[in-house]
Ligand binder design. Structure first.
Ligand code: PLP
Length: 357
């Protein structure tokens, strides 16, 4: 192991994935060419793209109405592409505001139509997931951010609604079992749980597309064009898709989402138990909404935080400084983070606390 990498994203990837990807950079499957040197419309790359799309479908058990795409532009482009494709200019989409990323999505949706922010946890610095809200039955869709990377909150239930459900799952995709078929569109930048920066996964129901008539959708922005072209409307982010494919293969080998979820649950339980029992630290999120991917906590004596960070650095613990908006610490525990890294983190918290006692 190199270091204990708790970065929020881009973040830790499985060693086997990195090893295979580095080999493919020199010689892709014995072709005598790097993966970076082969045409995206050649058979070997089409096979990579197809396998990546099929693995998403298989691992998430998506029904036949879904199409899986690997696009450019990050989740941030989806903040705009979703309303461009789904929201008539005279109609309203419902959004739940759970922090920075949902706010960015709300801002972009307002470019295309009306937005009803049906609930927000802004008043409490986004320390919980709002539970009580009414979704207007005529809303074009409801948008949620299933895991809030900056604040460390996560939806542990799926809102019940008859309107199409859209989710930004960038920071908890593939980490836990859910009935993904309850959703109509799921998007995620792949750089946390599904690979390297550069590709965005979109799983969209064909049946919700083609209903907007109040605007023309530029070709590259229209999901239907990407579907028709097998997610190769233009040159895809070849290397990022390849790494996603390897990461998804790795996940399948681990036993898929249910198996990784068990490990994720154990990692989160170990860390939160320490946060709750160690007198130096305090969690910042209401317990029932805690994220199993990003644990946020502070010290009651903030003047000690720098010292704790330095101490962790010596223990090869990296990436735990909290986002500037929430302060303190953020320990990200994505799929590829070994359980042992969380043990090392917890030992460091215990040892530091003893030293200070
Ligand atoms: N949504 C969430 C929940 C995120 O955590 C992030 C980035 O960390 C984004 C969206 C933005 O993703 P991208 O940088 O791929 O546009």
């Amino acid at each position: 192991m190199k270091v204990h990498n708790f970065n929020a994203g881009p973040s830790v990837l499985p060693n086997e994935v990195l090893y295979k990807a580095s080999k493919a950079l020199i010689d892709f499957e014995g072709s005598g060419m790097s993966i970076l040197e082969i045409g995206h419309r050649t058979e070997p790359f089409i096979a990579v793209m197809d396998e990546a799309r099929n693995l998403v479908r298989e691992l998430m058990q998506l029904d036949d109405d879904f199409e899986v795409l690997f696009l450019h532009g990050g989740a941030t482009t989806q903040f705009m592409q979703v309303p461009m494709n789904l929201l008539e200019s005279s109609e309203t989409a419902a959004y739940v505001d759970t922090g920075v990323w949902s706010n960015k999505a709300i801002k972009e949706a307002k470019v295309f139509g009306y937005v009803d922010v049906v609930a927000s946890s802004k008043e409490s610095n986004y320390n919980h997931i709002p539970k009580q809200f009414t979704i207007p039955p005529q809303a074009s869709y409801l948008h949620i951010t299933t895991n809030n990377t900056i604040y460390g909150t996560q939806w542990h239930m799926t809102p019940v609604t008859d309107v199409p459900l859209v989710a930004d799952m960038s920071s908890d995709i593939m980490s836990r079992s859910m009935d993904f078929n309850k959703y109509s569109l799921i998007y995620a930048g792949v750089q946390k749980n599904m690979g390297a920066a550069g590709a965005t996964m979109v799983a969209v129901r064909k049946s919700i597309l083609g209903k907007v008539s109040s605007r023309k959708i530029p070709g590259i922005m229209d999901y239907r064009n990407h579907i028709e072209n097998g997610s190769m409307l233009n040159t895809p982010p070849v290397f990022a898709v390849y790494i996603s494919m390897l990461t998804l293969r790795w996940l399948k080998e681990q036993g898929g989402i249910p198996a990784i979820e068990k490990i994720n649950d154990k990692k989160a339980a170990l860390l939160y138990d320490e946060i709750d029992h160690n007198p130096l630290f305090r969690g910042t999120v209401v317990k029932e909404d805690r994220s199993k991917m990003n644990a946020c906590f502070i010290m009651d004596k903030p003047e000690m935080e720098e010292e704790f960070l330095k101490f962790c650095k010596k223990e090869d613990i990296v990436g735990i400084k909290g986002h500037r908006l929430s302060g303190g610490f953020r320990v990200s525990m994505y799929n590829a983070l070994p359980y042992e890294s969380v043990e090392v983190m917890v030992e460091a918290m215990k040892y530091f606390s003893l030293k200070k006692a």
